[in-house]
Design a protein. Structure first.
Length: 78
């Protein structure tokens, strides 16, 4: 593992401390968990984007149920 140094504003640190105490975790554990979640989300978005692109390229091979994906655009973050 590598150690990173980051700067976070006081409001976010206070929020992290409250959540950490409630979940009985360290700040570091919460931040690590949040980053892992973000990475998983980005991997899913990348997969969806590549899948939609391939469907658009090979229009002759898609099924009717794929039509919704053909019309889909990149979904924004919640």
């Amino acid at each position: 593992m590598k150690s990173l140094q980051i700067t976070i504003d006081d409001t976010m640190v206070s929020f992290l401390d409250n959540v950490a105490e409630h979940q009985q975790k360290t700040r570091t554990a919460l931040i690590r968990e949040a980053i892992a979640c973000w990475i998983r989300q980005k991997k899913v978005e990348q997969f969806e984007s590549q899948w939609i692109s391939s469907l658009k390229i090979e229009k002759n091979t898609y099924q009717e149920e794929d039509e919704a994906w053909m019309a889909a655009e990149v979904w924004g973050e919640p």
